[in-house]
Write a protein of this length. Structure first.
Length: 155
């Protein structure tokens, strides 16, 4: 990855950490999940708002490092308005990105992830992968609690 691209990705992560999307819990959720990264103390409470198989809205409150907070923000933006199945597929693709050890994914898969590809570099640092996956774990758990999850594989 080029230095310019790394800088662009770092800026995107910082922007999402400073101005997070969907932050602030909203009433009327179908389910809620509270997740804690015991390694570093990051935590999130995430609510899913569903409408006939569509993930209409995600709302959350949390604290932690810029990677965890930005990842939750980017994830929220990415999955809002998608079907539950699409949201789960995006989660699988993001987990694959985190397993890539910084190598990234095919252009097609990275296009699906949009801004979430900014976390490619995080995959080089095993201690930070859990930070990036925290929100995705909360999303998967909340969808399971809502009874709409289709894939119960562990993160």
């Amino acid at each position: 990855m080029s230095s310019a691209m790394e800088q662009l990705y770092q800026q995107l992560i910082l922007d999402h950490a400073k101005h997070p999307h969907a932050k602030g819990l909203v009433d009327g959720a179908a389910a809620e999940s509270h997740q804690v990264n015991t390694t570093c103390g990051d935590e999130v409470t995430l609510r899913v708002h569903l409408d006939d198989g569509t993930l209409e809205r995600v709302s959350w409150e949390g604290q932690g490092c810029s990677i965890s907070q930005a990842s939750i923000s980017v994830m929220s933006e990415l999955v809002e308005g998608t079907s539950v199945d699409e949201a789960e597929q995006l989660g699988e693709t993001f987990r694959a990105l985190m397993r890539s050890r910084g190598e990234g994914l095919s252009d097609e898969l990275e296009d699906q992830l949009g801004d979430a590809t900014a976390f490619t570099g995080v995959a080089q640092f095993p201690a930070r992968i859990k930070c990036a996956l925290l929100g995705w774990a909360a999303l998967r758990d909340a969808l399971a609690q809502a009874g709409v999850a289709t894939n119960e594989e562990d993160a």
